[in-house]
Ligand binder design. Structure first.
Ligand code: GUN
Length: 293
């Protein structure tokens, strides 16, 4: 079994980006600038945004965090998005999800300018992804593709089972793995909560990508010998032995599954850091596309 080390891979990517930013700045241009909108006090979301800001600092990007109260109206958030769409000093921005229940996520996504949508969530960018046109690819599936690419894992003609059909992970992941690219060219099954005989299906997977949001859902008896297993899940469960009071648990029962795999990711140091590296790549792309000053 070989661990797919997203932490090391993302470090490489950050170094590459940092070099590019140093070149940009030494040529007298401003660095790329990412903004993040955080609504409410969800602990995990606060952490994710803090990490994204730290990543920006590390590679030399400017960053701005816009915090809004959990009771902020939907209109206030939409107004802020319109302001960010028009602010030429910001190359790209994200609205951290999930949002409080009184805010319509779709309305928010539809208001973000596709040019600044570095999350790749807008219909135009999702459509471009489906057509194989240049776009911002959603950070998590893009990060997984990059991880497979950097480990030179052959995916062609393999059976890839994606568990979970979310708009931001499972669905774009299935599209990317089925495309005529390297990695890609896999035969993909997109499975979900209504899929029958899930265990039998998973046992046919050469590549199993799990984004189902259920802790340790994939057990060793669901995994074929020699499979490649990518765990997207990350759920906080209370743990008094930790200083933070919680630990992160993936969608895969890592301890028991790992012995059956050729490659596997671990809940921390796997997909998460690659997702963040992808956001940096998308922001740099936005800077170039939008011709940052
Ligand atoms: N919440 C969980 N993952 C993501 C992500 O990739 N982008 C945003 N904006 N929110 C998220």
């Amino acid at each position: 079994m070989q661990l797919l080390d997203g932490k090391a891979c993302s470090e490489e990517i950050r170094k590459e980006i940092k070099k590019e930013v140093e070149n940009i700045v030494s040529n007298g241009r401003r660095p790329p600038h990412l903004a993040a909108v955080l609504v409410g006090n969800d602990g995990a979301s606060q952490n994710y945004v803090a990490f994204k800001v730290r990543d920006c600092d590390e590679v030399g990007f400017d960053s701005t965090t816009i915090r809004m109260d959990s009771s902020s109206t939907e209109q206030k958030l939409l107004d802020k998005i319109i302001e960010l769409n028009q602010d030429s000093s910001i190359d790209g921005f994200i609205v951290q999800l999930p949002l409080p229940a009184h805010i319509d996520e779709n309305k928010v996504i539809l208001t973000i300018s596709p040019k600044k949508d570095v999350d790749g969530f807008c219909p135009e960018n999702v459509g471009n992804l489906n057509l194989g046109l240049p776009t911002y690819i959603s950070a998590t599936p893009n990060g997984i593709m990059e991880l497979l690419r950097r480990y030179e894992i052959k995916t062609e003609s393999k059976h890839c089972v994606v568990l979970g059909r979310s708009n931001i992970v499972g669905t774009p992941m299935a599209i990317l793995m089925s495309r005529n690219t390297e990695p890609g060219n896999a035969t993909v099954t997109l499975a979900h909560s209504r899929t029958k005989n899930l265990k039998q299906l998973c046992l046919t997977a050469d590549i199993l990508i799990v984004a189902i949001g259920k802790t340790e859902f994939v057990t060793a008896d669901m995994v074929k010998e020699g499979a490649i297993v990518i765990d997207v899940g990350q759920t906080r469960v209370p743990d008094n032995t930790k200083k933070s009071g919680f630990r992160n648990v993936g969608d895969v029962d890592f301890q028991n599954v790992k012995n059956k795999c050729s490659y596997i990711t671990y809940v921390t140091g796997g997909v998460g850091p690659m997702t963040r590296a992808s956001l940096l790549q998308n922001t740099l792309k936005a800077y170039k596309r939008n011709k940052g000053a």
